[in-house]
Design a protein around this ligand. Sequence first.
Ligand code: ZN
Ligand code: ZN
Length: 346
Amino acid sequence: MAEEIEKELSHLKELLVYRDGNVKLRVMLGNMIGARKEGGKWVFLKRYSICKNRHMILLKKDQKRDKCPLCGGPVQIIEETPSEDVKQQFFKLLDEQEIIEKLLAGSVTNFVEFQKFLVFVKGVGVVNSAKLLAYLFPPKFGYSVNKARKYSGLAVMFVCPKCGYYYYGGESSDGKPAVPSEEGWKCPNDGTKLVGKAARGVRYNREVKAFLLGVLAKNLKMAGGVYSGIIKSFREEVGAKHPDWPKRKAEMTAERKAVSLFLSQYFAVSLHYREGVPLSEAYKVVLGKQYDVLKNHEDFIEAPITDYYTDVKSDKYKAVFEKTIEELGINREEVITWLKRKKIIQ
Ligand SMILES: [Zn+2]
Ligand SMILES: [Zn+2]
């Protein structure tokens, strides 16, 4: 990897550590002085109950209490507001966060993955892009999304119900690879169809998993863009396929599938621009052995999905986007047809 980008990556990681530390401190201090945002403005009011045993217990906004939750005794409600000095220090931390995030915004634009893909996806933004680059920089994984999913604990573990063989992110219990087929993976020992399970007894990075499924997936959903549509569409499919599954399980499976799709596009765009590989060839590298199975699936699409096919933020970015799909050789109609089939657009 070029020295320059290696340098930029460590700069980005440094800024992220500083930014997260700043937010953590501000949230902690904010809790101590009852800071919360109301209609876009910060208000400071700390309320708690106190009983004759001096149990002090915080109250949420508008929460009422007449008995102590610890000893059941009668309580008095105390309200406190912080001094101006302390409030000023709180606002200083917020200003600092803004400054660091501007620096981060400057740093992510040095990455082609941001310029050509992430910037066009609603719900990603500067901080999530920076984290994605810091945690899962495609060249560090040899552009293999399977390696990245394995590292992040996102891969599904495929287990043979007959002999106990398992296959996880390209590794297996006995060194033999699982056999791809139309119906899914099969056991190399007895040909039984493997059953997908959550990864157990294998190592992965918990911090990255928490970011991908706890933060990124939620942000994609909240933003209401194409990826929130994709999650919804996947959830309906999963629900139809497994009517016995609890709602939460179907939702989580849909989120994991959508994040995996998003990652494979991020990796393919990265490989195309960094190594000059045509996009269709890039997907073969990114998906590895699974490519031959996935390409026959009706869901399969060899084009990065972004919000810009349906909704445009500004004319400036519209022009950048048009140039990007030309560079990538994407057939716009194919993407639109896919989005319609998935009922993401009308
Ligand atoms: Zn008490
Ligand atoms: Zn088996």
